[in-house]
Design a protein around this ligand. Sequence first.
Ligand SMILES: [Fe+2]
Ligand SMILES: [Fe+2]
Length: 378
Amino acid sequence: MTEKTAVDRREFMRLGMAAGTVVMAAGVLPGFSWADVKTVGVDDCLAMSPAKMVDSSKVVQDAWQYLQATLATIGDAQVRKVVAGMIADPLPTFYARLADGGKEGVWNELTAEKLIEGIALADFLPPVADRKKSPQPFITAPGSGYQSHHSYPGGLVTHTALNVRLALAIHQCYQETYGAELDRDVIIASQVLHDIHKGWVFQWGDDGSSRTELKLAGTGEHHVYSIAESIARGLPAEICVAQACAHNHPGTAKDEAEVVGWLRAAAILLGIDPAAKGLLAANGKTLPLPRRMENFVCHLGDHDYVLSVPAVQWLLPEMQAIAKEKYRMSDDDLHGKKFNAFRNYAFSQVTAMTLYHHYSTSGRAGLAEKLTAMIVPA
Ligand SMILES: [Fe+2]
Ligand SMILES: [Fe+2]
């Protein structure tokens, strides 16, 4: 881009904003700075709820604002309203039908279809304390299981915001390189919602860790519940199908069969025919044909785990060693509430990835320096 066209573009954006026209820009993240991180005493972490941690986290609040601003650019008003409603209140709306007598029949059907293995009927579906209230707000939910990629209060928000940015970047690259005008609404909605029920599945426990996830249709149960929720809330089939591709792509018959299984399992949860709803091809064996490119973009956008899973796994033993040395935590503390509060606070304020980046460039001593500046030892 020449300097002149860059200036023209800025002027165009400015005029568009001034005129109140819809500018197809996504939200903007101000960027992470250590200067924004609040300092607390180590005992303060123990007293903090997940809600308090995300309240004090600029990085989580910024990511939350980014998600709101970006979903506000969804062109279809009905889709925009439903997506905003889902992250404002991620209530599992399909739960009531199952709790009111449908659960055993659904469990039997999933068993007969070989879509549920190793989940006893009594353990099927995560707990719901109050049917009218979502098990936890989207903003406090972790973005993964407790030993995995975004395992901290606000982790779902940072994971989802990053994914939306990645998916929109792919969208832009395809547009500029191939001239392919993909459906931007599908790309945003499928990515914003792809893990919507992680808050239900990964509820925080009293010891500061999160519930252990079970498997459904061969993948983490949150995936099937999240797809079912999008279908239940009436989103178009293209969005639900793209969302189903987050965990695998339909590029080979073997991979596609997994996606088909997740859509079939979601349809069983809802008591609907997936082919009749346009979620599968008429024969029920593949995704709707021809396969849409947005399906692959949703899948590609959910790939930060390649680095963020091992990053957390390499980081945790380093943080335990630092907790032992600098914070005098005992071996029991390291496997309980005290260390959990310490890591939850640290991750929620700066993200696990920022800490890993720092560790990977400055070693354990550099990591200890950042942690003790943020969380002051007693
Ligand atoms: Fe997922
Ligand atoms: Fe994800």
